[in-house]
Design a binder for this molecule. Structure first.
Ligand SMILES: *[C@@H]1O[C@H](CO)[C@@H](O)[C@H](O)[C@H]1NC(C)=O
Ligand SMILES: CC(=O)N[C@H]1CO[C@H](CO)[C@@H](O)[C@@H]1O
Length: 415
């Protein structure tokens, strides 16, 4: 998102007053959030939040909760490393990585101090780049077996590209990352995850988030039109990015029209695929066809640019959002000093719940449901991290928030 504001700024000057004036206006006021009034968390009397600092839960960009057990899985890093290497926001210095990205698991429903309920998953059988087994984490998704506690983990891994002849890192600024999707397996509560396989493919270009659609297949977003280059720099104005589909037979692009920084997609309980476009305030809703392509069925208009989505046990969707994207953008450069505002938005079907699914992705009946978009909490940056993910535990009412660049996570009680 760094790139978004700075590039939109530069490019914007060129275009202002010409064709794109209305786009710029919407970019400045609706998306970047200049002049938007931000609530303080104190205005939400039922919400009590606590910052979790000093436990190593840093740069936790993405999270997933196992509904049944309350184990919360997080893709964490450290804020310093993210500043050097986070290809989604043009941080492309592979040498600056600290190599400490790891998956944290918190037993959120257990008792005792939080510090005693955190585990860091060790990685088994994974070689990675240069055989050192390092992961460069970003989005994740996990699919729980229906009858066992086995969890199938998919991780976006932004591997640095390597020169095949010399074994040295290639210049990230020139070639971008060599991103892959890694599959691991674990058991809820275990402290290790075992490597299963790597998905590397031409269409996995700038992956951001993955989402399982059945036991063998997943979709993912490419958040930009390319890894590097001029067209990518123009994405905020011209749009860009795509949704891809992979299964055991390979990968292909499933949709690519009219997206603009598509990122934290999910599959809803209704089988539909929800794709937030962070450079707009829209969430596009798709069904998956038998040919494994996406067909747009709806667009949800939100108040804010929506980031990564999550689904809770009741099928409601929660989203982290940036009421003030320009401050978030500043915070990505100076995460220790700028605390950007965050909001959490809930998206549900007008009291109807989800309409059931026949078990096959996209096969659920689409009732042109009126979606309700509600703001659950908002904060000027005092306790919520510059949040890129919000997870709701429907059993306890707790909300867990993490941020790609944030040095801490936050846990909120909402009852
Ligand atoms: C990218 O990653 C894949 C999968 O590990 C590997 O086969 C390929 O050689 C890598 N390419 C570069 C340029 O690093
Ligand atoms: C999976 C994930 O966390 N994706 C995105 C969440 O939102 C931020 C800000 O838009 C992105 O940088 C992440 O890539």
């Amino acid at each position: 998102m760094v790139s978004l504001a700075s590039k939109a700024g530069i490019v914007g000057v060129v275009f202002i007053g010409i064709l794109y004036q209305f786009i710029i206006k919407s970019l400045v006021f609706d998306v970047l959030g200049f002049a938007r009034k931000i609530d303080s968390i104190k205005a939400y009397s039922n919400v009590r939040c606590e910052k979790i600092e000093k436990l190593g839960l840093e740069g936790c960009e993405d999270m997933w909760m196992h509904e049944k057990t309350g184990y919360l899985y997080m893709a964490c890093s450290d804020t310093k490393s993210r500043l050097e290497w986070l290809p989604a926001v043009d941080r492309l210095n592979a040498h600056g990585r600290t190599g400490k990205d790891r998956v944290a698991v918190v037993n959120t429903r257990g008792s005792g101090p939080l510090s005693s309920r955190i585990q860091w998953l060790t990685v088994e059988d994974f070689m990675g780049v240069k055989g050192v087994g390092v992961l460069d984490l970003h989005g994740l998704d996990i699919r729980a077996d229906e009858n066992t506690d086995t969890l199938h983990i998919l991780l976006i891994n932004h591997r640095p590209a390597v020169d095949a002849a010399t074994g040295e890192f290639l210049d990230g600024e020139k070639v971008g990352a060599n991103s892959t999707v890694e599959q691991f397996q674990t058991v809820a509560g275990s402290s290790a995850m075992r490597y299963v396989r790597t998905y590397a493919h031409d269409v996995i270009q700038t992956p951001n988030r993955v989402a399982w659609v059945d036991d063998q297949a997943f979709v993912f977003t490419n958040d930009h039109s390319g890894k590097v280059g001029t067209r990518r720099a123009l994405d905020p104005l011209l749009g860009g990015g795509s949704v891809g589909y992979c299964d055991g037979n390979g990968c292909h692009i499933a949709y690519s029209k009219g997206l603009n920084f598509p990122n934290g997609l999910i599959q809803g309980r209704d089988g539909l695929i929800y794709v937030p476009n962070s450079a707009t305030t829209n969430i596009a809703v798709f069904s998956l066809t038998e040919d494994h392509l996406l067909e747009q069925v709806h667009v949800i208009k939100s108040l804010y640019p929506i980031d990564n989505l999550s689904v809770d046990g009741k099928g409601d969707i929660y989203a982290a959002s940036f009421p003030s994207l320009h401050l978030f953008t500043r915070a990505t450069k100076d995460p220790f000093n700028v605390d950007p505002p965050s909001a959490v938005v809930k998206i549900s079907r007008d009291g109807k719940g989800f309409q059931g699914t026949s078990g096959r992705a996209g096969a659920a009946k689409w009732d042109d449901g009126e979606f309700i978009v509600e703001k659950l909490m908002e904060d000027d940056g005092s306790v919520l991290p510059g949040s890129t993910i919000a997870i709701h535990d429907s059993q306890t009412g707790r909300v867990f928030l993490g941020g790609a660049m944030s040095p801490f996570i936050t846990i909120c009680e909402t009852r």
